[in-house]
Write a new protein. Structure first.
Length: 332
């Protein structure tokens, strides 16, 4: 049995991509692994969110985790900032990370854009803190969406650099766990960009706060094309928006893209969209209802975070003492 670590930024607008790419997988994996699910509030600071918003988003995301099926009796849920080991280890690892490795990170390039000189150091060092998140627990498996693949390769490189530098076999090289279906859910408005929390258009994403009417409206407005659905996804290679909706349907109904295309072959999108809307509402509405119930009991949410933080602190602190020993820092 391995140990899972994964995290999500408490930045609001939790969406279908987060669920299908990450959270749904966590729910399944927690049954077989000791699991740490973190709200990476320090990572969220890289975009300087409004303090009161950041605070309320943390509780909201805990409610999403619980409503989607994370079991707080089995798994540990906690805010990153509650465990100081993440920052301490982040520094140690940053001393082992060549700038050349960070310069390759496409997420930094995308987020910094043309204003690279103005981008903050936190945004640049973001993947090193991510490495510390995972390695502080000596986690073996990291379930994430496809956009995190490059960061996880870097985490493995950094873990390897540490083991080599100090001639130890201390950090396991963590395995990314990326599902095949819906590892990358795309925007409903543009099939060439991923569904994201920060897209200015709400019509680009299905959010967990959306009620059935909002879901129906967003799917009705979702971009498609006038051609009928082909029986073979290869024949639809250039129809990105169409493929995205079919992929979402497949992920929600646990079917391959091939099977979905065969089921709807020859039909137009108006019929398919009705079916997709039903499936989305059947999946998301019970989660939304449960979220509302959890959010009415903030004391319970805080108690869950407290328990998770305690466990996370204990484990990370044990590891930090060993790490300090390895690198030659005194344990005061
Ligand atoms: P973030 O929204 O950046 O905090 O991402 C949290 C988790 O959701 C990570 O594991 C991401 O890889 C995953 N994720 C984010 N956007 C998508 C998407 N459009 N499709 C699939 N997975 C996603
Ligand atoms: N960078 C991840 C994202 O944007 C969030 C994250 C931070 C994370 N630390 C992590 C994911 C550790 C997995 C493991 O989605």
């Amino acid at each position: 049995m391995g140990r899972i670590f994964s995290g999500l930024q408490p930045t609001g607008n939790f969406h279908l991509g987060n669920y299908l790419g990450a959270l749904r997988n966590w729910v399944a994996m927690q049954k077989e692994h000791e699991s740490f699910f973190c709200l990476v509030d320090l990572h969220a600071l890289t975009t300087l969110p409004e303090p009161s918003k950041l605070r309320s988003n943390v509780r909201e995301i805990v409610a999403v985790y619980l409503a989607a099926g994370i079991d707080p009796e089995r798994s540990y849920i906690f805010p990153q900032s509650a465990v100081s080991a993440h920052c301490e280890l982040g520094w140690i690892l940053s001393c082992l990370t060549p700038l050349g490795w960070l310069n390759r990170m496409t997420q930094f390039k995308e987020k910094a854009g043309k204003q690279r000189e103005q981008a903050n150091l936190g945004l640049y060092a973001y993947p090193v803190l991510q490495a510390a998140d995972i390695l502080a627990y000596r986690a073996t498996h990291v379930p994430v969406g496809e956009d995190q693949k490059q960061h996880l390769e870097l985490v493995r490189d950094i873990a390897g650099a540490f083991n080599r530098q100090y001639q130890v076999d201390y950090f396991p090289l963590p395995e990314p766990v990326i599902l095949k279906t819906a590892a990358r859910v795309m925007s409903l408005r543009d099939g060439s960009v991923k569904m994201s929390k920060s897209d200015p258009s709400e019509y680009s994403r299905i959010q967990f706060s959306d009620d059935p009417d909002a879901i129906a409206l967003k799917i009705r407005k979702a971009k498609t094309d006038p051609d009928p659905i082909a029986g073979d996804p290869k024949a639809m290679e250039n129809r990105l928006e169409a493929l995205n909706l079919l992929g979402i349907y497949g992920a929600l109904s646990d079917q391959s893209l091939d099977a979905v295309c065969r089921e709807f072959e020859g039909q137009n999108f108006s019929h398919f969209k009705q079916k997709l809307t039903e499936l989305l509402i059947n999946t998301l509405e019970p989660i939304r209802q449960k979220m509302t119930v959890f959010l009415k009991n903030p004391e319970r949410l805080d108690a869950i975070l407290e328990k998770g933080s305690q466990k996370a602190r204990d484990l990370a602190c044990t590891h930090m003492n060993e790490i300090k020993d390895i690198v030659g820092l005194l344990k005061a």
